[in-house]
Design a protein around this ligand. Structure first.
Ligand code: PGA
Length: 272
């Protein structure tokens, strides 16, 4: 595989992000219990939050409770939401505005997760509008892209991810921080993660495209995560790749011990 030339390898300057996407799991009481346990686990191992950022993406109904806990206990775990309205405010029954999330000290918002693209028919144009709303309210959109098994067979690994990146990013103001997550749809919740080679190949291609779209400096500082059946057993191998700067973790983020082990990826020397 040809080496990515257009973006210098500044991996060391990018703080890895371990992001736990709880999906539609945990009510607010369970959320408090999990974050407390996670905080203890991370404290036990003296987790260095400056070296590896840890974030939880909670259901809307949990955000206020988790925010209160993080503030009261002065925890360094960052807070994320799983979706947002593209609209500012108004007659959008059931939607949640970016400004409301910002008021809850939300740092990150997932946009374009495949469960929304596919389960709710969200187009990249909608994803772009959501990403813009997040960035406008001084939060960081975590933009998910990735191919289905059919896409993979038909177009190869990177084509759909690159197309989604371009179409999902264009409304975000130049210079605004974004995080990208490459999540092959077939790897999500399947127990079958992508190979590190495929993940690196697509993440490198995303960085090159980002460089074309936004310039080299922005591409070099943008974190690109891998997601899809990440566990403590395979995370280190992904994070060793030059263009993979973290993990978006679904199922394994619901177990505080396991999620804490994933955040300790630098300590495990796995042979995987
Ligand atoms: P998974 O989910 O880790 O359970 O595969 C990842 C995701 O959907 O973000």
């Amino acid at each position: 595989m040809s080496k990515n030339q257009s973006a210098p390898n500044t991996k060391t300057a990018r703080v890895p992000l371990i992001a736990g996407n709880w999906k539609m799991n945990l009510d607010h009481l369970q959320a408090i219990a999990l974050v407390q346990k996670l905080a203890w686990s991370l404290k036990d191992v003296r987790h260095d939050f400056g070296a590896v950022e840890v974030a939880v993406f909670a259901p809307f109904t949990d955000l206020r409770s988790v925010q209160t806990l993080l503030a009261a206990d002065k925890l360094s775990i960052r807070l994320g939401a799983q979706d947002v309205s593209p609209h500012e405010s108004g007659a959008y029954t059931g939607d949640v505005a970016a400004q409301f999330l910002r008021k809850l000290d939300v740092n990150y918002v997932i946009v374009g997760h495949s469960e929304r693209r596919h389960g709710h028919g969200e187009s990249s144009e909608t994803v772009a509008a959501k990403a813009k709303a997040v960035a406008t309210h001084e939060m960081v959109p975590l933009i998910c892209v990735g191919e289905t098994a059919e896409d993979l067979a038909e177009h190869g690994a990177a084509a759909v991810a690159l197309e989604q990146l371009e179409a999902s990013l264009h409304l975000v103001p130049q210079g605004a921080e974004v995080v990208l997550a490459y999540e092959p749809v077939w790897a999500i919740g399947s127990g079958e993660a992508a190979t590190t080679e495929q993940a690196e190949q697509v993440c490198a291609a995303l960085r090159t495209r980002l460089s074309e779209l936004r310039g080299e400096a922005e591409a070099a500082r943008t974190r690109i995560l891998y997601g899809g059946s990440v566990t403590s057993q395979n995370v280190a191998a992904f994070l060793r790749q030059p263009n993979i700067d973290g993990a978006l973790v679904g199922g394994a983020s619901l177990d505080s011990q396991e999620f804490s082990r994933i955040a300790q990826f630098k300590k495990h020397v796995t042979g995987a």
